[in-house]
Design a binder for this molecule. Structure first.
Ligand SMILES: NCc1[nH]cc(CCC(=O)O)c1CC(=O)O
Ligand SMILES: [Mg+2]
Length: 337
């Protein structure tokens, strides 16, 4: 009988008991250090050509690529749920992909058409446009390739043109996700020169060469093209001092906000960035993280809903201002309701 167990002498505690504040829900709420709100959630979406078209992504159960008309409906739902911004990625048709990635700066490309469609139908929501060549190039790399080398400065020139057509189409935030050196400064000065001084830059500043992007590459159709890896530009997962140098550089070049990516395995980097820099910091719960939660949940290994909430909250605890997450709509509805 437990009541008969002798009590240990706890006088060494000097009266301090940390469980005291955890005894009821009101008290836990009172001492809670962070919160999670719809405005913390940015929703990544994949756009395809067509009308009333949605296609499944095998490795991301529950996520679909949407045609422009359905993207507009998704944007309305996001706005109504209190999501501040969408992050948009195009699945460019095969015949438009090329070694030069020229489709990236076609003012009538899929990305520009979805940006302007959403901007005019749902002007209340922020539009974050990804800039990188893997969504337009025939070899799945984020930069131009010559003799196996990923060219930096030539890639930056293409990215600048890509950012400009996106800004003209209605992008509010340009988000370079490529990890080329110097692209933030180059895009900033081009935007300013063209009268887009109000367009923000959210830099994927500390982006790691990660296996967790696998499902995304299926979603945008770059995965099967990719030969080799991205380790000559994306970061080595052994490093975090280097992440601070990358972030410092992008802030100096004019980034309005920075991103750490992937998310959960890199929360130490989010925390170091938070403690070091006074800028908005976002983290990306990437496709592989989403797939892990969905598949472990479906297998009965974890409680899926609890895992979603706990994982998103962990980003806030680590110091992120917000999270790019495929769970944004579902969670914004739950948290806002
Ligand atoms: N420019 C590429 C890009 N932008 C966002 C992601 C990954 C997002 C995700 O996995 O959810 C990637 C993939 C990559 O770098 O290979
Ligand atoms: Mg950099």
């Amino acid at each position: 009988m437990t009541q008969n167990w002798p009590r240990h002498d706890m006088s060494f505690l000097g009266g301090r008991r940390l469980r005291r504040t955890r005894q009821s829900e009101w008290s836990r709420a009172m001492v809670r250090e962070t919160d999670l709100r719809p405005s913390d959630l940015i929703w990544p979406l994949f756009v395809i050509e067509g009308q009333n078209e949605k296609t499944a992504i095998q490795t991301m159960p529950g996520v679909e690529r949407l045609s422009i008309d359905l993207m507009v409906e998704a944007a309305k739902a996001a706005r109504d749920a209190g999501i501040p911004a969408l992050a948009i990625f195009p699945n460019t048709p095969d015949h438009l992909r090329s070694e030069s990635g020229a489709e990236a700066f076609n003012p009538d490309n899929l990305m520009c058409r979805v940006l302007s469609a959403i901007k005019s139908a749902v002007p209340e929501i922020g539009l974050i446009a990804d800039v990188a060549l893997d969504e337009y190039s025939s070899d799945g790399q984020d930069g131009l390739v010559r003799d196996g080398e990923i060219l930096n400065d030539e890639t930056v020139a293409v990215m600048v043109r890509s950012a400009l057509v996106q800004a003209r189409a209605g992008a509010d935030i340009i988000a370079p996700s490529d990890m080329m050196d110097g692209r933030v400064a180059a895009i900033r000065s081009a935007l300013d020169a063209e009268g887009f001084e109000h367009v923000q830059i959210m830099s994927y500043a500390a982006k790691y060469a990660s296996c967790f992007y696998g499902p995304f590459r299926e979603a945008v159709g770059s995965g099967s093209r990719l030969k080799g890896d991205k380790r000559t530009y994306q970061m080595d997962y052994a490093n975090s001092d280097e992440a601070l140098r990358e972030i410092e550089q992008d802030i100096a070049e004019g980034a309005d906000s920075i991103m750490v990516k992937p998310g959960l395995p890199y929360l130490d980097v989010v925390r170091r960035a938070r403690d070091t820099f006074n800028v908005p910091i976002y983290a990306y719960q990437v496709s592989g993280e989403y797939a892990m939660i969905e598949m472990a949940g479906a297998a009965g290994a974890i409680n899926r809903d609890a895992a979603v909430l706990e994982s998103l909250w962990a980003f806030k605890r680590a110091g992120a201002n917000g999270v790019l997450t495929y769970y944004a709509l579902e969670m914004a509805r739950k948290l806002g309701g």
